[in-house]
Design a protein around this ligand. Structure first.
Ligand SMILES: Cc1cc2nc3c(=O)[nH]c(=O)nc-3n(C[C@H](O)[C@H](O)[C@H](O)COP(=O)(O)OP(=O)(O)OC[C@H]3O[C@@H](n4cnc5c(N)ncnc54)[C@H](O)[C@@H]3O)c2cc1C
Length: 315
């Protein structure tokens, strides 16, 4: 139970409450590590902003994202995890035990830490995009493409991920209207070639999204050509945003090894970071798969790595 002690010590601290954090909490509780988990500002993580999840095993009829995350939390609580509302606002990983400040006021020390802070999709920040989010607007083709089988869809983005997602959608949807802001793509040559050779991907160069149209669900996208300054409405049932993700790793900057985009680097095949006793799992260290099931799997890895580390150090 949480105490009023401003300098509480915990054996294992888990930061983040998405599929990775809760799975780590389930495993760590069952290993008797008495984990304390801080949920952050989005209890349940990214799946709380989506509707139907159909690809997480164990739910044959599919499930609403927020409901699924309540199940994760209940399971972690039942196993004994101490789940708390609060945000890690700064950390000191330079000496053991590690120090973590919660909400800029409470200081904790921890023998080991599991970081499961996820990543956030970048959006265009159009009001219509936000209004129709979950009603045809999505930042994840692998998650939501299936719902638009045989339909016309649009995707905005020009990097490798956008190219990959456009190719993924081209196998499900009748046509993929790909909106590229410049006269060229950032994607690698090989990905561009694949996109340009796919007959049902139609690329619109120099094209900016002005508005996503539709009352209750996406019906079209309004696109402006920034060379000719003309607009056109393209009828589509879904609008995919593939302009990148931002890993939530800011508070660890300068203390943990990261790649240039800010993803925490882990030793391949493990959840170990460059700091002993600090583990990372889920989307904050994975820019390739970014799925609930892979996040959960890596949360399991982090708990097992933490258990081995703690039992070797404090046996
Ligand atoms: C719209 C949408 C639909 C999706 N649909 C699907 C789908 O159908 N199927 C699927 O498999 N995947 C889907 N995904 C992807 C899936 O949601 C992610 O891969 C998964 O949630 C990643 O889990 P995670 O635990 O790594 O992080 P997240 O779910 O991102 O959770 C991160 C957690 O960390 C917390 N946090 C962040 N910073 C701090 C801090 N400083 N202190 C404390 N806590 C912190 C947040 O509050 C949050 O609880 C979807 C994603 C989106 C955006």
């Amino acid at each position: 139970m949480e105490t009023n002690n401003q300098n509480e010590h915990v054996h294992l601290l888990i930061i983040g409450s998405g599929p990775a954090g809760y799975t780590a909490a389930i495993y760590a509780s069952r290993a008797n590590l008495k984990p304390v988990l801080y949920q952050g500002i989005q209890p349940g993580g990214q799946l709380t902003i989506t509707t139907e999840v159909e690809n997480y095993p164990g739910y044959p009829e599919g499930i609403q994202g927020p409901e699924m995350m309540v199940d994760f939390e209940k399971q972690a609580t039942r196993m004994g995890a101490d789940i708390r509302y609060g945000m890690a606002t700064s950390v000191d990983l330079s000496k053991q035990p590690y120090t973590v400040v919660i909400d800029e006021e409470k200081t904790l020390t921890a023998d080991a830490i599991i970081i499961a802070t996820g990543a956030s999709a970048k959006w265009l920040n159009l009001p219509s995009e936000q209004r129709l989010n979950g009603s045809g607007v999505s930042a994840c083709a692998v998650c939501d493409g299936f719902f638009f089988r045989g339909k016309e869809v649009a995707i905005v983005g020009a990097g490798d991920t956008a190219a990959e997602e456009a190719l993924y959608l081209s196998k499900l949807c009748s046509n993929v209207h790909m909106l590229v802001r410049k006269h060229e793509m950032r994607a690698s040559k090989v990905m561009q070639d694949r996109v340009l050779k796919t007959s049902n991907i139609i690329v619109y160069w120099n094209s900016e999204t002005e508005e996503v149209l539709g009352e209750k669900k996406v019906e079209a996208v309004r696109v402006r050509n920034n060379q000719t300054n003309t607009t056109q409405d393209i009828p589509v049932s879904a609008f995919f945003v593939a302009i990148g993700h931002q890993p939530n790793s800011g508070i660890f900057e300068g203390q943990l090894d990261m790649d240039k985009e800010g993803y925490i680097i882990t030793t391949p095949g493990s959840s170990k970071t460059n700091v002993e006793g600090v583990f990372a799992c889920g989307d904050v260290q994975d820019k390739i798969y970014r799925q609930a099931v892979t996040a959960a799997g890596s949360g399991c890895m982090a708990a097992l790595d933490a258990e081995r580390y703690l039992s070797a150090k404090f046996h």
